[in-house]
Write a protein that binds this ligand. Structure first.
Ligand SMILES: [Mg+2]
Length: 115
């Protein structure tokens, strides 16, 4: 079953596939390299906040887009349905962090297992 959000991702994925193919960059976009690029872009996002800076709105949007680009690129290469993966992971986190135990707390989940 296809959801509306998956349709939106499909359009974005097609745009990414075209962008990469038009430049003959597919040979460089291997999962290992994409994972590194994703981490680098996440670092660039962090850099915007370094030393308590207030990020410029366009720079923030650019870095979020870079992270999203490589996240979608990875999902294409590894054939992962991101919407389904996110739903599944949130369900896992609901079990891992029951609201009744963690509400208003930021401890690691292993701390709650000890209680
Ligand atoms: Mg960037």
């Amino acid at each position: 079953m296809t959801t509306e959000s998956e349709d939106r991702f499909s359009d974005l994925k097609e745009m990414i596939i075209s962008f990469i193919a038009e430049r003959d960059w597919d040979r460089y976009h291997r999962p290992k390299d994409i994972s590194m690029a994703l981490s680098i872009e996440a670092g660039e996002l962090m850099e915007l906040y370094l030393w308590d800076r207030e990020p410029d709105r366009e720079e923030l949007e650019d870095e979020l887009a870079d992270v999203f680009f490589f996240l979608l690129d990875m999902s294409i290469k590894e054939d992962v349905d991101l919407s389904a993966a996110l739903r599944k992971k949130i369900e896992k986190n609901r079990s891992k962090y029951p609201a009744s135990l963690v509400k208003g707390k930021d401890d690691k989940y292993t701390r709650y297992l000890e209680e």
